[in-house]
Design a protein around this ligand. Structure first.
Ligand SMILES: [Zn+2]
Length: 274
């Protein structure tokens, strides 16, 4: 079943897309449309909904935040129907063109990813629309290609998966917490107040939400380092910090999403200075 909720934040349209079978949980993704520009394209499972939305809207450009399947899932469908100009980091573009294997749970929530041979331009200094201008900012950590898009005059931050939640409890395999801390600091040095997150929009207290996430990550890494320096291993540190995995999430994702990856990322990528 495909779900759609439409929200309007001033001139920004948000489409919240979800896909599920009755009785099983839904995982939703927001895509944002503003002045002809679409930021991210949602999951392939929702392609019919996405396609019908843009039959009524003037889609001119697409900017992708990163290669994960819930963000790039409909880029080729949209390109084939409406021929917008597409912008993305070269790694995002390579992943889109080559396709990639995804896990069973991702197939369920998001749909298969096939190679998509479409033209994608590298990110310019600014993506201009008739009224606005969006600055791509490189923010790795959640993925190696992650970018957010800042509209500095309006104070809008289209944050992809940089935020998601103030107190994130689990990581996907391969995330780097130190890079995320760095990315959050870099973004917080700029002016913005509304955060258009792909999963959890923070319109009223956007800046505060990102500040809280940074504080939480800093205290989390500090605690993990404390126990690690005492000689404890990942599984023991999880116990010491009374962290818990959600069994349902572990099982559904085949341990691709777990607190182990979050603690492990502190240790694996430990800066040399610590
Ligand atoms: Zn992601």
């Amino acid at each position: 079943m495909q779900h759609l909720k439409t929200k309007q934040y001033g001139p920004v349209k948000a489409f919240e897309l979800g896909y599920h079978w009755p009785g099983l949980p839904t995982f939703t993704v927001h895509i944002y449309f503003i002045d002809g520009l679409l930021i991210d394209t949602g999951q392939y499972n929702c392609r019919h909904t996405v396609l019908s939305l843009f039959k009524q809207l003037p889609l001119q450009q697409i900017a992708l935040t990163h290669w994960h399947e819930d963000h790039i899932g409909n880029v080729s469908t949209l390109y084939n129907h409406f021929h917008p100009t597409i912008f993305a980091d070269p790694l995002t573009a390579e992943k889109v063109r080559q396709g990639f294997d995804i896990m069973l749970y991702e197939k369920y929530f998001f749909g298969k990813i096939r190679p998509q041979d479409i033209p994608i331009k590298t990110l310019p200094e600014e993506i201009k629309t008739s009224k606005y201008s969006f600055v791509p900012i490189y923010t790795p950590g959640h993925s190696d290609d992650h970018h957010v898009y800042l509209e500095p005059n309006e104070g809008w931050l289209f944050s992809g998966d940089l935020f998601v939640s103030q107190r994130i409890k689990v990581f996907r395999k391969g995330e780097n917490i130190w890079q995320q801390i760095d990315s959050l600091k870099r973004v917080l040095a700029l002016y913005f107040d509304k955060v258009f997150c792909a999963h959890n929009p923070q319109i009223e207290f956007g800046r505060k939400s990102l500040e809280r996430k940074l504080d939480y990550f800093e205290s989390f890494t500090e605690q993990v380092c404390f126990w690690y320096n005492q000689g404890y291993k990942t599984a023991e540190i999880i116990q010491k910090m009374a962290l818990k995995d959600k069994k349902m999430i572990n099982l559904m994702t085949g341990y691709d999403v777990s607190v182990h990856w979050m603690v492990g990322s502190v240790i694996k990528h430990l800066p040399v200075s610590l």
